[in-house]
Design a protein around this ligand. Structure first.
Ligand code: IMP
Length: 192
C-alpha cells in the first residue's frame, strides 16, 4: 500500500480523510512522521497555502506528501472568509468566535448561499498536482448540531436538510468538499 504524509495538524481532517482512503493508502500524520511544526499559511489563495504546506513537508522529509487548504466562501461577503476562514475572528480565536463573527456579518442578510472549497496539493516523486472539491450550500441564522468542526453547525449543504454538525462523518462525506477533492486525488493515484 502506498504511504502518504498528510501535512496537517488538524485531527478532524485526518479522521475524515482516513475514512475515505481506508484500504487504499496508508496516511501518516505529521506527528507520526516525527514532525512537530506549525505550518505557515501566509498566502491569499487556498492554492498557494496548500502548495506551501506540501512543499515545506516535502523538503523536510523527501517523501510523498499532500496537504489541503479549505475555506468557506460566502457569496454575500464577496467570498469571505475564504482563505482567512481559520482566523476570521482574529489570530488564536476559536471555531465559536469565527461562527459568531460570521453570523453577525450576515445579520439581516437573506441571501445566504455559500460554498466550502478545498484545494489539495500532492507532491508525488517531486512533482506537484492540484485537486479541487466544492460543496455548495447555505448559512443558517443560528447554529445547530454538535458533530464536526469549524463552521459545520451553520452550514447546510445543497440537497440536505441538516447542518454538517448534525451529520455522522459518513453522512457529511456524501456532500463534503474535502471528500470530493480526495476522490480526485484517489482517482489520480489509482490511474498511475
Ligand atoms: P484550514 O486553513 O484548511 O485548516 O481551514 C480553515 C478553516 O476552515 C478551519 O479552521 C475551519 O474553521 C474551516 N473548515 C475547514 N474545513 C471545514 C469543514 O469541513 N467544516 C467546517 N469548517 C471547516
Amino acid at each position: 500500500m502506498r504511504t502518504l504524509i498528510f501535512a496537517t495538524n488538524n485531527q478532524n481532517k485526518v479522521n475524515e480523510i482516513r475514512k475515505v482512503t481506508e484500504g487504499k493508502f496508508k496516511i501518516i500524520t505529521l506527528s507520526e512522521a516525527g514532525i512537530n511544526i506549525d505550518i505557515p499559511e501566509p498566502h491569499d489563495t487556498l492554492e498557494a497555502n496548500a502548495t506551501e504546506k506540501s512543499t515545506v513537508i516535502h523538503q523536510l522529509t523527501n517523501q510523498n506528501v499532500f496537504s489541503e487548504d479549505t475555506g468557506l466562501e460566502v457569496a454575500a461577503l464577496n467570498g469571505e472568509p475564504g482563505v482567512k476562514s481559520a482566523r476570521y475572528a482574529g489570530e488564536g480565536r476559536d471555531f465559536q468566535a469565527n461562527i459568531d463573527k460570521l453570523l453577525l456579518s450576515l445579520e439581516n442578510i437573506t441571501s445566504r448561499t455559500a460554498q466550502f472549497r478545498t484545494v489539495i496539493s500532492l507532491i508525488l516523486d517531486g512533482e506537484e498536482h492540484l485537486f479541487e472539491g466544492i460543496c455548495k450550500g447555505h448559512i443558517l441564522f443560528q447554529q445547530i448540531g454538535q458533530q464536526g468542526f469549524g463552521y459545520d453547525p451553520i452550514f447546510v449543504p445543497e440537497g440536505a436538510t441538516q447542518t454538517f454538525a448534525e451529520m455522522t462523518m459518513d453522512e457529511k462525506n456524501n456532500y463534503s468538499h474535502r471528500k470530493k477533492a480526495v476522490s480526485k486525488l484517489i482517482n489520480f493515484l489509482s490511474g498511475l
